[in-house]
Design a protein around this ligand. Structure first.
Ligand code: ZN
Length: 203
């Protein structure tokens, strides 16, 4: 399976990193080895001193598809989740400056937190989901999927132009504003609405 991640899908996050607003979705892949095993702590890697949390709504693909029409994209997923796209911001910045791929900054072991899954029918309107991240008891990221530049269905249509989507693939739909550095001892808990989807200790 693969993790397909979307960059720069929320205007407020684009602005906080002084990035350009893209003309089409920014897409990158994390390897399956980057998935943080359930109930395990996240260990800060020693090759970076600036790992950021990026809380993101996740979509689990349920059947194979390619060149998916946006009007049929909703038939390719039933489950929605929440996770963290951990990013070594110092390394990403160096790679970006040189025009190089981001994988070292995004694909390291543990860089993909995947919380629980729920049936999309239980969440109501997917383009109005309130979600966010609490760090050490305080909200650090709070947003609505209404602020996405591209909706879940539009992302599926776009991504499937380039990659065949397979059952079990997961799409990270991009992070809103509020990203910040994590430190040893931090506790990160993600919510959709009032429901907790994951809790991760940083070591
Ligand atoms: Zn991200």
């Amino acid at each position: 399976m693969k993790l397909i991640c979307i960059g720069r899908n929320y205007v407020d996050h684009i602005e906080e990193l002084n990035n350009e607003r893209p003309a089409e979705p920014v897409v990158f892949i994390k390897p399956d080895s980057s998935i943080l095993p359930k109930e395990q702590d996240f260990y800060l890697p020693n090759f970076t001193s600036d790992v950021h949390h990026e809380v993101e709504v996740l979509v689990k693909i349920k059947k194979v598809g390619k060149h998916i029409d946006v009007d049929f994209a909703h038939t390719y997923y039933d489950e929605i989740g929440l996770g963290i796209d951990f990013t070594a911001r110092d390394i990403q910045q160096k790679l970006k400056d040189k025009g190089l791929p981001w994988e070292k900054a995004k694909g390291f072991d543990g860089a993909a937190v995947i919380g629980q899954w729920v049936e999309k029918s239980t969440l109501g309107n997917l383009s109005q989901l309130q979600f966010g991240l609490v760090k050490n008891g305080q909200w650090v990221q709070q947003a609505s999927t209404a602020l996405m530049l591209w909706s879940i269905d539009e992302l599926i249509a776009h991504v499937s132009t380039y990659f065949t989507l397979k059952k079990g693939d997961i799409i990270f739909t991009g992070t809103p504003a509020g990203v910040s550095r994590v430190q040893e001892g931090d506790v990160l808990e993600g919510f959709i609405g009032t429901e907790s989807f994951f809790k991760v200790n940083v070591q």
